[in-house]
Design a protein around this ligand. Structure first.
Ligand SMILES: C[S@@+](CC[C@H](N)C(=O)[O-])C[C@H]1O[C@@H](n2cnc3c(N)ncnc32)[C@H](O)[C@@H]1O
Length: 263
């Protein structure tokens, strides 16, 4: 998966792509990130990429020409590398909200060009002429698109084969199946005054799977009931939800929430 990131703050992007799982994916070549700096497409000695807004008002606006030239540079890099066009995404608080579905959709592509805005954003004519999609990472406003670009790249890269050591871990996470993830425990069995749920040390894989699904349903019900109402439950999920309701499906019993078996 190739990402072409257009940013005037390349260091910020580099800082987020050089470490951890993402950094390893870059080292191993499963993910590649190329940076494109709009300042390289300016003609004045200050390398100006922003100007005052027409009509007045606060803040500065990123100018059309350096951005269009940089997008053209990134598109041509994508063609040279991938032999095909890739979508140009503008990270914007006005965009479509990033979701697991979108992340999976992006992960199917060979590449993406990500435009990071700064200041008050980009001149509307850039959006009108060169942007295929606008993506927001949430209903709040950041100072620039670099962190949203990193969020998007990180989430997408998890679905690129080879990025995660154990490919099952991407399959079993929150939101992937429309449910939140089940609780996780690791050694030792007793820690912080609390015991790991007994079923997890039983070696009974069917029971473990059932317990995990039930806890995922419980969590989703308690923390994100909107996800459940948007989902068609399977037979086993309906059974487990029935059990939870019969148990009262209040907040998970205190001892369960803190790591003890509820069975
Ligand atoms: C200060 S913001 C501009 C906000 C713009 N004036 C508005 O209200 O829509 C500067 C840049 O940060 C990025 N940005 C800020 N918040 C974002 C969010 N929630 N999701 C994606 N990008 C965001 C965008 O690239 C934007 O151009």
């Amino acid at each position: 998966m190739w990402f072409g990131v257009i940013s005037i703050m390349g260091d910020l992007v580099r800082a987020g792509t050089g470490a951890g799982v993402f950094g390893r994916a870059v080292d191993q070549g499963t993910v590649a990130v190329d940076l494109f700096d709009p300042r390289r497409h300016t003609r004045d000695r200050h390398q100006t990429v922003d100007d005052r807004p027409y009509g007045g008002g606060p803040g500065m606006v990123m100018m059309v020409e350096p951005l269009l030239a940089t997008i053209a540079e990134a598109r041509s890099a994508a063609r040279a590398r991938l032999d095909q066009e890739v979508p140009v995404v503008y990270l914007s608080p006005q965009g479509e909200r990033l979701s697991q579905e979108l992340v999976k959709e992006f992960a199917e592509l060979p590449g993406l060009i990500l435009l990071c805005g700064r200041y008050e954003g980009v001149d509307e004519r850039v959006i009108d002429t060169a942007i295929d999609r606008q993506i927001s990472i949430g209903d709040y406003v950041l100072t620039g698109g670099e962190l949203p670009a990193l969020v998007l790249m990180d989430a997408v890269s998890r679905h690129v084969p080879g990025t995660l050591g154990n490919s099952a871990s991407a399959v079993e996470e929150s939101h992937l199946d429309g449910l939140l993830d089940y609780p996780h425990y690791t050694r030792p069995e007793f820690a912080g005054g609390l015991q790991v749920p007994e079923v997890l040390t039983s070696g009974d894989h069917a029971a473990i799977e059932r317990w995990r699904l039930k806890e995922a349903l419980r969590r989703t019900w308690l923390l994100r009931p909107d996800l459940l109402s948007a989902r068609v439950l399977t037979t086993i999920e309906r059974t487990l939800l029935g059990e939870l309701l019969a148990e009262g499906l209040q907040a998970a019993p205190e001892r369960s929430r803190h790591g003890q078996n509820i069975e």
